[in-house]
Design a protein around this ligand. Sequence first.
Ligand SMILES: C[S@@+](CC[C@H](N)C(=O)[O-])C[C@H]1O[C@@H](n2cnc3c(N)ncnc32)[C@H](O)[C@@H]1O
Length: 208
Amino acid sequence: MVHTDQELPFSEACERNKGPILDVLRGYKLTGSVLEIGHGTGQHAVAFSSELALEWHPTDVSSYNWMMTERLALQSEKIKAFCQPPKALEVGSLPLKEQLPRTFTHAFTANTLHIMSAALAQKFCQEIGVLVEENGFLFLYGPFKFRGQFTSESNGEFDHSLKSRDPLSGIRDFESVEKWLSNQFSFLARHPMPAFNECLVFLKKGVL
Ligand SMILES: C[S@@+](CC[C@H](N)C(=O)[O-])C[C@H]1O[C@@H](n2cnc3c(N)ncnc32)[C@H](O)[C@@H]1O
């Protein structure tokens, strides 16, 4: 089925947060390729790829890929030159390396770790390193808890509403995420973002 731009699923939050996220990404002077996990509506992929002149590789569970395919088809040739067609990647099915047999310079994911169960979020953190090249960055955007505390009352309410829909979902603790990633990544920076979100940046460790 082919939808018009107006008919495609659309995230108001993506429209609001894409500028602030772009500002953070620009600061890292990225080159090369980026793997995105959980592209959702595809708004971030089309907004970031050509702006940053990066070969952007959006992925999501296969049932979401059509949104990215259709949104990409509606973009300019310039954006299509940077943003690649989506691929299926589902944390928790096959090992990530088997699903995507290549590496990327960097990885980016927005608003996914609180949708996944804690077990899947842990699996993501423990496996993502095999897809990111040494000295590449991993950007995690979304709400996080710090030392077990929500950063706002609204995030506490959001966590409650997430759990009422799926008891296994929920806002993750920064400290857990950092620990799960620690075999392959070093924590580099926390960028507080609008609406009590965070952009957490990790650096893929090099060979000793
Ligand atoms: C709240 S949406 C966020 C979408 C988009 N990144 C954004 O910021 O608007 C969560 C995304 O995580 C994806 N997701 C959930 N579980 C996943 C899994 N196990 N593996 C890969 N992606 C997953 C969903 O399909 C969905 O696209």
